[in-house]
Design a protein around this ligand. Structure first.
Ligand code: ADP
Length: 501
């Protein structure tokens, strides 16, 4: 499509802020399509225009196609950026936007259908002879057939919802005796969570790494890749820490996987930013799926390559961005991202809601923070509890790890618990430091979350240090922070509310 001057943002939180910043740099106005609950958010304060599209529940606002389109049109936007999550991979939304005369900043509805749908993506990859995780994605969904296929694939097998995503709707079959129950439970969950009970089966790779390639299709139809990320640190199949580039790839593997990613993107006529995900086990790689959108972890790619993926998306949607073939991009140094969640790591990661008090992200060279909420904003239970992302770059992986630990130790979030201590433990774990972690790293090493320390001396010392920091931050007069100063329920220093955990 052609030029546009006003971009609607069909999203919230830190990604909405990220998009607003890219638009500002390109001289574009923004329209935030927000829910009633998000009036207190950074994106709301930053957007040029805003319009409320519905109440807090996502089905009535962020997932409501009609409300988003009407909001964008009413505010005179000519384009829509969907961010990630919500409607970002919804082909119908992309199509409806285009039909309403709004440029959808992302791939075409057809490309989303072909590559974004797990089953059709696998069919395309199979036809092209690309390496897939062995499995079954047939139309026959009877229990009898699925059971036979489980046996044919060989245990362990993972059952996935065809329409699933976000690490949800997966069931593991370890023994044949539990197969029927797991299949039926996956079908039930798929139906209630995604509206379709269609499932498919995959061999479960139990010592795999999650490696993904950033792909980008420019406006001329050329697809290239922007190297790889490793996202093996996952909890319940959801990424927590990501890095670029992967410490696990040989140059040969990197070349081969990159080629597969580009082939798939080209076959799917991909335009804009997308991600091709793989599992890597025993030196062999297997295609997992394609995410037809910007990825949460896109900043690590930006840091090692010196690119701005969101700007690239916007320019491509305006037919402006053309790859310069002479410009060879080579990753430099190492970048790590940590997802900071408002949750209590000492209580199995239960979300922690409430009013944010003082928040401080420590400044320094090559440290970057993507956040959607500030002091005075409320973290509610309506949405994903991710409140920020910390991203660092350094010359080598060990230095990047050290820098990230420093950053997390110096960060302050008052008012809610965060997973910061959990992240520090992970980053300090020998398996992570060696780079040998697999997707079962958390399950293996932190199955019960974090344990509170019971060392009284250590607790007192930490409490004093933290109290000094609290006073130094000048936050004493802030009601939110005072509220957050209520001592924690256990004797863990991290559990004391005022060292945002
Ligand atoms: P979603 O779309 O819900 O994110 P994915 O298919 O991308 O689901 O898988 C998410 C994560 O689940 C992977 O990164 C991996 O850790 C785990 N996983 C998925 N499929 C398999 C498999 N066949 N074997 C082992 N782990 C898997």
């Amino acid at each position: 499509m052609s030029k546009f001057t006003r971009v609607a943002i069909a999203n919230r939180g830190e990604v909405a802020v990220r998009i607003i910043k890219a638009c500002e740099e390109l001289g574009l106005e923004t329209v935030l399509l927000h829910s009633e609950a998000d009036v207190n958010s950074r994106a709301y304060r930053m957007a040029t225009h805003k319009v409320c599209i519905g109440p807090a529940p996502t089905a009535e606002s962020y997932l409501n196609i009609e409300a988003n389109i009407q909001g964008a049109l009413a505010m005179g936007a000519q384009a829509v950026h969907p961010g990630f999550g919500f409607l970002s991979e919804n082909a119908h939304f992309a199509q409806q936007c285009e039909q309403a005369g709004l440029t959808f900043i992302g791939p075409s509805a057809d490309a989303i259908r072909t590559l974004g749908d797990k089953v059709s993506c696998k069919a395309l990859a199979k036809k092209a002879g690309l390496p897939l995780v062995p499995g079954y994605e047939g139309e026959d969904q009877t229990l009898n057939t699925l059971m036979k296929e489980v046996e044919a694939i060989g245990l362990p097998v993972i059952v996935k919802a065809a329409a699933g995503g976000g690490g949800r709707g997966m069931k593991l079959i370890k023994q044949m005796s539990e197969a029927a129950e797991q299949i039926e439970s996956a079908q039930r969950e798929a139906k209630s969570a995604f509206g379709s009970e269609v499932v498919f089966l995959e061999k479960y790779l139990d010592r795999a790494k999650h490696i993904e390639f950033q792909i980008f299709g420019d406006s001329t139809g050329k697809v290239m890749h922007l190297f790889d990320r490793e996202c093996s640190v996952q909890r319940r199949h959801q990424k927590i820490i990501e890095e670029a580039t992967s410490p696990s790839l040989t140059e040969e593997l990197r070349r081969k996987m990159g080629e597969v990613a580009v082939t798939l993107g080209t076959l799917g006529k991909y335009k804009g930013a997308g991600t091709v995900e793989f599992l890597l086990q025993d030196g062999k790689f297997y295609l997992l799926e394609v995410n037809t959108r910007l990825q949460v972890e896109h900043p690590v790619t930006e840091e090692v390559l010196g690119v701005d993926l969101v700007k690239m998306q916007i320019l491509t949607a305006q037919n402006q961005f053309v790859w310069n073939d002479n410009e060879v991009r080579i990753p430099r140094g190492h970048s790590i991202e940590c997802r900071i969640y408002a949750e209590n790591s000492y209580m199995g990661g239960v979300p922690s809601t409430g009013l944010l008090g003082t928040v401080h992200w420590p400044e320094g060279p090559r440290r970057r923070y993507e956040f959607g909420f500030e002091k005075g904003d409320t973290i509610t239970s309506y949405y994903d509890p991710m409140i920020a992302k910390a991203i660092v770059w350094d010359e080598s992986r060990p230095r990047a790890i050290e820098k990230m630990i420093r950053v997390l130790k110096d960060a302050t979030v008052f008012g809610v618990h965060t997973n910061i201590p959990y992240l520090i433990e992970i980053l300090s774990h020998p398996e992570f430091v060696d780079g040998t972690m697999t997707t079962r790293f958390i399950e293996k090493n932190f199955a019960e979350g974090l344990k509170a320390t019971h060392n009284e001396d250590e607790r007192k010392k930490l409490s004093q240090d933290i109290y000094k920091k609290f006073i130094a931050s000048g936050a004493g007069a802030d009601a939110g922070s005072l509220n957050a100063l209520t001592p924690g329920q256990t004797n863990s220093p991290w559990l004391s509310h005022w060292r945002g955990i």
